[in-house]
Design a binder for this molecule. Structure first.
Ligand code: UT7
Length: 317
């Protein structure tokens, strides 16, 4: 996949925000109804608790309001809304319709579904919109996986949860923040992780784990190569928050020390589309990212999909 085309109008993230439901479900809560334990869940996944509740639109509206406030952009200035979700509130219309109305946006709005890689896909699409003339784009990643989780299945119930993260992307004069990007799909792996309409998530956990590490590393390496930078130049990696062992294995293979990884899954669980923006917002709010830093976003998910992006924080004007 390409480095950003020379001469394309660039963009930078100017606002960010996140939202989590108020209801906390601990591992001990799950162990009351499932044959599992706090120790097993922490050791095998790194998750201690997760948040559950709310609709995809409600969480999206909350995180987007925070991102808009942070950027100082008025909703009327937004030229497009791209909402990444694999758990829309309705089959039709797209959940972005309700979000657009609630935020009083006056622009086109659409959903993107690339499962847990979706936020990287949506961010890439938003950069494309800016390259062809949009000035300000709102990008949201939200999932309410609790609604499609079988709470009697210990293979999946201990992992999935709800949340949302959003960013405001604005056109800038120079080349912008996105040095390179990569999106991948392998539809032959569809049966490893799916939920039928009206059904629950089914997952071949071990095989998903095995492939996840491989496709994350592969996608990240494509973006790093296209950006002309090496892993040691990356100040912060923001990986999909599925399992701490997947993150550790991917970081090790990429040669990025874990201290440079943004992780929130200990208290969020796996929130699919929301997981990368939740971890990014957490790192930004903690002051871990400075102008000029190289940030690597990398995700994988059902499909199976993968996506990565190398950003130079703050862009260059
Ligand atoms: O967004 C992408 C979504 N999905 C993923 O990224 C998931 C990727 N996969 C994983 O994260 C891991 O494979 C899991 C966390 C799902 C499972 O961890 P694992 O180390 O691969 O465990 P396992 O499937 O090999 O199971 C080990 C044992 C089994 O028992 P036996 O056969 O050894 O007796 C399981 O039945 O652990 C058992 N087990 C559990 N025990 C307690 C499976 N789930 C649980 C549980 N609590 N919740």
């Amino acid at each position: 996949m390409p480095a950003t085309s020379p001469g394309a109008r660039g963009a930078t993230i100017t606002g960010w925000g996140s939202a989590l439901p108020s209801k906390v479900v601990t591992n001990a809560d799950l162990a009351r109804t499932l044959d599992t334990s706090d120790e097993w869940i922490k050791e095998r996944s790194g998750i201690a608790e997760r948040r559950v509740g709310g609709s995809t639109a409600e969480l999206s509206i909350e995180s987007a309001r925070r991102a808009l406030a942070k950027s100082g952009v008025d909703p009327s200035e937004i030229d497009a809304l791209v909402l990444s979700t694999t758990t829309p509130d309705r089959t039709v219309p797209a959940t972005s319709a309700r979000v657009q109305n609630a935020l009083a946006l006056t622009c086109g709005a659409f959903d993107v579904n690339a499962a847990c890689s979706g936020f990287v896909y949506a961010l890439t699409v938003a950069h494309g919109l800016i390259a062809i003339g949009a000035r300000k784009v709102l990008v949201i990643g939200t999932d309410t996986l609790s609604r499609i989780t079988d709470w009697t299945d210990r293979n999946t119930a201990v992992l999935f949860a709800d949340g949302s993260g959003a960013v405001v992307l604005e056109a800038c004069d120079g080349p912008g923040q996105l040095l390179a990007w990569d999106i991948d799909s392998d539809g032959s792996a569809e049966e490893l992780l799916y939920s039928d309409i009206g059904g629950h998530i089914h997952m071949e956990g071990k095989e998903v784990f095995r492939r996840a590490v491989r496709i994350m590393v592969d996608s990240a390496q494509k973006s790093l190569t296209a950006a002309g930078v090496s892993a040691e130049n990356i100040s912060l990696v923001v990986p999909h928050q599925a399992n701490i062992r997947i993150i550790e294995a991917a970081c090790e293979r990429l040669g990025i020390p874990m201290e440079r990884a943004a992780t929130v899954l200990r208290y969020t669980g796996n929130t699919s589309s929301a997981s990368i923006p939740l971890a990014l917002v957490d790192a930004l709010d903690a002051g871990r990212v400075h102008a000029g830093d190289l940030v690597l976003l990398v995700g994988f998910g059902a499909g199976m999909t993968a996506g990565s992006a190398v950003l130079r924080w703050g862009g260059s004007t």
